[in-house]
Design a protein around this ligand. Structure first.
Ligand code: FMN
Length: 390
């Protein structure tokens, strides 16, 4: 299952094409749109989010709510396009008085992108480098999420810090919650702890007032995985590298940790590695989950736990110094309408990237033509593991 997206931030629409989807998978437009709404929300988002009301329109590959096995094309319209029809026209001359972006923002793709493609208008770059593109990813990943849900796999995420406000979880040893706390979706910073949510919100308020921006950390958890998905034999099989690369493809992600992550490097082996136990009739299990659900590049059957760090948003209300590409003199960087903090939204994008990687690994292991055969293959595999543990 692969996806490709097209579309500029202020163009008419974002488009995603997903291929390699098995036939017979039930797809719900409502679930895809619910994920899009989660990506759009969050305290600290910019004015653009008040204009947009993201919904995905599926234009191929699905009939009567079930996949056909053919490529699925999804469209997410940009309502803001109405305000950019002339400035983003595909054909014709640039309008008289067009405002060119010549003051590249430190931390964004503006400067290096303009140099790379030989443009005197950073808009040629930022229209695509903008994380607006992640709306198409979330829509596309809705297909992967439905596939995983069909096989009993659930993905969720929560925010662990924004700026200096950090939520210290009670259990630092990676005991993933065995339920999805409702408080995550209720919190506008996606943090299940009320006091920590308040602290995060007040960090964002301070940043807004100071013309600043903020980053933070979040955790993605996946439950219901069977052991042995992924592979140990080559770099292309290892889920560790595949999920790592997928997460680093999200703009502004600067760190990814599996399980204990960096913390594991300070501890002796006996406090890190997850001891093996046998649950007779059910299979092998672990006495802890410090590895975060991956060992040797494969799922262990314990929850996958991945923590990501997002850098602060590059567009600042109080802009940093840049060099004007026209005058070559120092100037203040552009201040596009912008988010001040997008950590909660980024967590939803990360769920989506992980969903794609896991869906692909399942398809590799269990076949990819149709859901009936895939479900049967998963059931037979689970049965073999149970029988082996008798
Ligand atoms: C969901 C999400 C929303 C974002 N919103 C903005 C924004 O409004 N303004 C901005 O300057 N950067 C925003 N960013 C961050 C930039 O896209 C990112 O910093 C930039 O592309 C460069 O990232 P890189 O150096 O990691 O490639 C957002 C990122 C994500 C994931």
């Amino acid at each position: 299952m692969h996806y490709m997206t097209a579309g500029e931030s202020h163009g008419p629409q974002l488009t995603a094409i997903v291929d390699g989807v098995p036939a017979g998978l039930r797809i719900s437009e409502a679930s895809i749109n619910a994920d899009l709404a989660r990506r759009q929300s969050g305290y600290g988002r910019g004015g653009r989010m008040d204009i947009e009301s993201d919904t995905a329109r599926i234009v191929s590959g699905v009939r009567f709510g079930r996949t056909l096995g053919s490529p699925i094309a999804l469209v997410v319209e940009n309502r803001d396009w109405q305000n950019w029809v002339e400035d983003m026209a595909a054909f014709g001359e640039a309008p008289v008085g067009l405002h060119r972006e010549t003051t590249p923002r430190p931390g964004h793709a503006d400067l290096v992108g303009a140099l790379k493609i030989d443009s005197d208008d950073c808009r040629d770059v930022l229209e695509r480098a903008s994380a607006r593109e992640t709306a198409a990813r979330v829509a596309a990943a809705g297909i992967a999420r439905e596939f995983l849900a069909d096989l009993g796999v659930e993905i969720f995420s929560y925010v662990t810090s924004i700026g200096q406000a950090q939520w210290i979880e009670r259990d630092p040893m990676m005991e993933a919650p065995d339920y999805k706390p409702l408080e995550i979706e209720i919190s506008d910073v996606r943090c299940p702890n009320e006091a920590a949510s308040d602290a995060m919100r007040s960090e964002i308020e301070k940043a807004i007032e100071a013309g600043e921006s903020l980053g933070g950390t979040f955790r993605v958890i996946v439950r219901g995985l069977v052991p042995g998905v992924g592979g140990y034999a080559s770099r292309n099989e290892r889920l560790t590298s595949r999920i790592g690369a997928a997460l680093f493809s999200i703009p502004a992600i600067k760190g990814v940790e599996f399980g204990l992550g960096f913390e594991a490097s300070h501890l002796p082996g006996s406090q890190v590695h997850d001891q093996i136990a046998l649950d007779r009739g059910n299979g092998f299990t672990r006495m802890s989950n410090n590895a975060g659900g991956l060992e040797g590049g494969m799922t262990t059957g314990m929850p996958l736990i991945v923590t990501c760090a997002m850098k602060p948003i590059p567009t600042l209300g109080a802009p940093l110094q840049t060099i004007d590409l026209d005058t070559l003199e120092p100037a203040a960087a552009s201040t596009e309408r912008s988010d001040v903090c997008a950590v909660p939204a980024c967590a939803v994008v990360a769920e989506s990237e992980i969903a794609f990687e896991l869906a692909n690994a399942y398809l590799e292991k269990f076949g990819h033509d149709n859901m009936t055969d895939i479900r049967a293959a998963v059931a037979a595999y689970k049965q073999r593991l149970r029988t082996a543990a008798k």
